[in-house]
Ligand binder design. Sequence first.
Ligand code: HEM
Length: 130
Amino acid sequence: AEEKTQPILGITSSALEEFGGREGVRAWVESLFYYIMLDNRIAPIFREFGNVERQTFLNTQLEIMVLGGPNEYQGASMSAAHADLGITMAQFNAVVEAAYNACERNVIKYHTCNQLINALAPFTADIVTR
Ligand code: HEM
């Protein structure tokens, strides 16, 4: 995998470290799916169309990348992965809520958590299609 040589706008160089590195991101993603599956606004979509194991693996790679770590992402583009799901803004926001809950659960600082939310925000238009 190639190492990132360029800083990412808005992401401090210590962001990945503050998340607890690879293991920290992985633990956060596992919590994310725990909270997603507890939320009846979105759990049915993941139950019908998702695969928690595959998505945990791929989201860990994606989040490490947007936090300034190496780019090892092996999954589909955000538009390809979500195009057929008809996701609404309300459903998207429910996933964001689960993301914040996962940060609290893993004792990740609010500032650090916001950097991740911020880094994923540009994907909104690719994911919300309804
Ligand atoms: C910034 C927000 C989001 C990110 C970063 C994200 C990330 C991902 C990733 C990495 C994958 C795996 C792609 C692959 O299998 O190659 C995926 C798939 C999926 N996502 Fe998301 N996602 C987001 C928002 C959402 C929302 C809001 C929903 C539904 C409410 C959702 C539902 C799904 C489902 C059901 C799949 C599996 C699709 C399939 O395997 O055909 N995602 N997402």
